[in-house]
Structures are given as structure tokens and as C-alpha cells.
Design a protein around this ligand. Structure first.
Ligand SMILES: *Cc1c(COP(=O)(O)O)cnc(C)c1O
Length: 440
């Protein structure tokens, strides 16, 4: 038996002090709500530095990172070659307000990887990408209604902030104050993976629907992949009614495979989605995102077309350098390692939770997986909400004490990197076994 490596006390004095300072100038002390640990309790750890699979907090404590900045750090933190690309770009200036070769190279890399994407426009966040894709779909079709699915999160776009999973699920806000009824009123929210509901919506309002937006594989209510035939049904119905299909690959893009979820599931019968959105991995940890797809749809964007869209820092050269250097290193070996690491962690969860009688269900989208604290398949948001969130909170803190940083919500995927070496995996596996014993 190895000794129980409880290394970190529950109190974190340096993080406590920083949180107190932060709270006086930043609402809740954080710049994105899920970071505040509200659903698991305790003080969020303020991080100071990171290398490979490890993070160090302000108290100098080391954690194995299973969040990876919510996906982008697919090669691990501060990858030497990505760092070199960023340093080289920064040495030449930070932002010019004019086009650069670097953003062209990043756009080429995306277009080369995702076959149906003929053109992309670079933006600075996933939210901006989905917001712009929706505007473009509305401009292209001349219609206003957007269909989304409960539990799918597409960033904090007004029209899409209805039944949005993730941070919103964590906070139990069905809708946000500040989103006007008129913005949400053009949004139809349907249950995920429910083809009859989709057919009924199209039968009723088909001629008003500009687009259906879906997470290519849902990752913001925990991981819920599309059921066999669901993506095909989306394609068939949107096409039959003259609506566009927008596949949100902000999370899955370049993570589930070299060409995202599309690369795993394949192009649906009836054709590829019309538009895609990307973010997270393609920025390599910097603010870069994109939307793209069919050339005839993208041609409607300004300056060629009438649909306005812009950004002072869009295609930023330093962010583009980070994204390009990251994507260029996302090789088959990288995806193979992500699979190995994820499988080892999931096997450890299955083993330990089964041994201790803890209800659990693990679901996958490529190497993305999440652990639901319940039994039985999760096909949509109602299932996902039906789990033991309090037990997850205890597990989260048991892991944190053992130096493993999990996503601080049970509505999130776990993310690993190619820098998660055998030492990292062993550390996590040991912590999982001991944490399960502790909470049982
Ligand atoms: C993270 C995410 C977004 C929003 O991206 P931001 O960069 O946080 O604005 C949109 N869609 C999906 C599927 C995401 O996971």
C-alpha cells in the first residue's frame, strides 16, 4: 500500500487573501463564474504558474490539472515550442490593426483540417463565434428563429442563454436577467437527442427557422454524445426546411480528433453542417476562435456581403501564432496519448467507484469524458441534472487535497493533455482510489 498522499490542507491562505482582494474590484472575485467554486464550496485556487500537466497555486502547492483551461492546453502547459512561437510573434509586435501572415496560416490550418469548412473568420472568443454564426445564418436565410438544445452551451450570447447547461446549470439560472424576452423569444429550446421534438418544431415553425445550433457532441452538461441518427436528423430537417445547421465545435474541435467531432462521427448522410464554430484548442491558450463553413454562406459577411461582423483584435498575431503552433503539433501520437490517459483515468473511476458502491456513469466524446454521479445513460439535460451534486462536491475536495484539480462542477468534461505522462496518470489514479474510499 502506498501512503495516502493527502498533501494539501483545505485552507489556502494565499488564495484566500487574493480572493478577498479580488472581491473588492471584481464581482465574486472571478472573471468567469465557474471559477468561483460556488457549486463545490471553498476557495478557488489562484494559480501562479503551470508546466506540462501540473499547476502551482499561490501557496506553492502543486496540482495535477484535469481542466487544461477547459480544453485549450491539449499539449500541456507552456509547451516549449508553442512558447517559442509566441515569443517570436510577440517580439515582432502585438497587434497591428491590419492583416498579417500569421492569421492566414491559422485559417489555412483550420480549413485544411475540417473538410467542409471552406472559409473561416477569426474572432476572439467562442461566444463571439456562435453569436456571429447566428447573425450570419439569420442574414443568409432572412429568418429569425434559432433552435437550440437544452443543456447545450454556446457561450453567453443573449439569444442562446436559455437552458444552457454548464456554468448556467451550476448556478441554477434557467435564464439570465438582462436577456430581453425579445432576444430569447426567437429561440426555441428543445430536448437534446429528441428527434420527434425536432420534427414537431419544424412542422410548426419550419419556414421561420434560420438555423439549428447544436454542440457537435454536448460537453457542457457533462459529456452527452449525439445518439445514433441524431446528427443525420438535424441535417435532414434543416435541409428540408431551408434552415442552416450550425455545429458548435468550440469544445470538441481539434480535441476529439484532428478534425474535431466531425472527424470521429463522419459527415452525416445528407451532407456536412453549413457552419462550424471553433475556439479553445485553436487558440492554444490565447483568445482566438473562429466560425466558418460553406463559401457561399461566408460570402454574405462584410466586406464582401451585407452581414456586419468585425473585431479590433480579431486574428491577433500572437494568439494566431499560439494557435497555429498548437494545431501543428496535434499529431496522431497526441490524440493517441489523450485516449490512453483518459482511458486510464476512467478505468480508475469505474474500479474505485464500483468497489465502494458509488453510483456513477461515464460518457465519452473522443478523449473527452465526464463522470455523472448517477446510474444509467444520460441522453439529455433532464438526465444530467438528476445526479448527486453534493457527493461530487465531496469528491472534488478529496481530489484537491490529494493534489488533483478537477473541473469544479459535475456538469463539465474532464480534460487531459499529451503532457500527462505516466507519473501524472499514476498520481491521478492513486488519488481517485483514495478519494472514492473517503467519500463512500
Ligand atoms: C466554451 C464554449 C463556448 C464559449 O466559448 P468562450 O470562448 O468561453 O466564449 C461556446 N460553445 C461551446 C460548445 C463551448 O464549450
Amino acid at each position: 500500500m502506498t501512503a495516502d498522499p493527502v498533501t494539501h490542507p483545505d485552507t489556502a491562505p494565499a488564495s484566500d487573501a487574493l480572493l478577498a482582494r479580488a472581491r473588492s474590484v471584481i464581482p465574486g472575485g472571478v472573471n468567469s463564474p465557474v471559477r468561483a467554486f460556488r457549486s463545490v464550496g471553498g476557495t478557488p485556487r489562484f494559480m501562479e504558474r503551470a508546466q506540462g500537466p501540473w499547476l502551482w497555486d499561490a501557496d506553492g502547492r502543486r496540482y495535477l490539472d484535469l481542466v487544461c483551461s477547459w480544453g485549450p492546453m491539449i499539449l500541456g502547459h507552456a509547451h516549449p515550442e508553442v512558447r517559442a512561437a509566441v515569443t517570436e510573434a510577440a517580439a515582432q509586435g502585438f497587434s497591428f490593426g491590419m492583416p498579417t501572415a500569421r492569421e492566414v496560416a491559422l485559417a489555412e490550418e483550420i480549413v485544411a483540417r475540417v473538410e467542409p469548412v471552406e472559409q473561416v473568420r477569426l474572432v476572439s472568443s467562442g461566444t463571439e463565434a456562435t453569436m456571429s454564426a447566428i447573425r450570419l445564418a439569420r442574414g443568409f436565410t432572412g429568418r429569425s428563429v434559432v433552435v437550440k438544445f437544452a443543456g447545450c452551451y454556446h457561450g453567453h450570447v443573449d439569444a442562446l442563454l436559455a437552458s444552457a447547461g454548464s456554468g448556467v446549470a451550476t448556478f441554477g439560472l434557467p435564464d439570465s436577467p438582462g436577456v430581453p424576452a425579445s432576444a430569447a423569444g426567437e429561440t426555441v429550446v428543445l430536448p437534446y437527442n429528441d428527434v420527434p421534438a425536432l420534427e414537431a418544431a419544424f412542422a410548426e415553425r419550419g419556414s421561420e427557422i434560420a438555423a439549428v445550433i447544436t454542440e457537435a457532441a454536448a460537453g457542457n452538461m457533462g459529456v452527452v454524445p449525439p445518439a445514433p441518427g441524431f446528427t443525420e436528423a438535424l441535417r435532414r430537417l434543416t435541409r428540408a426546411h431551408g434552415a442552416l445547421l450550425v455545429s458548435d465545435e468550440v469544445m470538441t474541435g481539434f480535441r476529439c480528433s484532428a478534425s474535431g467531432w466531425l472527424g470521429l462521427e463522419g459527415v452525416p448522410e445528407g451532407g456536412a453542417p453549413d457552419l462550424f464554430t471553433f475556439g479553445k484548442v485553436m487558440g492554444g491558450g490565447f483568445p482566438a476562435a473562429a466560425f466558418g463553413g460553406r463559401a457561399d454562406v461566408m460570402a454574405r459577411l462584410a466586406p464582401d456581403g451585407p452581414v456586419y461582423q468585425a473585431g479590433t483584435l480579431s486574428g491577433n498575431p500572437v494568439a494566431s501564432a499560439a494557435g497555429l503552433a498548437t494545431l501543428q503539433r496535434c499529431t496522431d501520437e497526441v490524440y493517441q496519448r489523450l485516449d490512453e490517459v483518459s482511458e486510464a483515468l476512467a478505468a480508475a473511476v469505474t474500479d474505485a467507484f464500483s468497489r465502494h458502491g458509488i453510483p456513477h456513469r461515464i460518457q465519452w466524446a473522443g478523449s473527452m469524458f465526464s463522470v455523472f454521479f448517477r446510474e444509467g445513460q444520460v441522453t439529455g439535460y433532464e438526465d444530467a441534472k438528476d445526479q448527486d451534486t453534493a457527493l461530487f462536491g465531496r469528491f472534488f475536495h478529496a481530489m484537491l487535497r490529494r493534489g488533483v484539480h478537477l473541473p469544479p462542477s459535475c456538469f463539465e468534461s474532464w480534460f487531459v493533455s499529451a503532457a500527462h505522462d505516466d507519473e501524472a496518470v499514476e498520481h491521478a489514479v492513486r488519488a481517485i482510489g483514495q478519494s472514492a474510499a473517503e467519500i463512500a
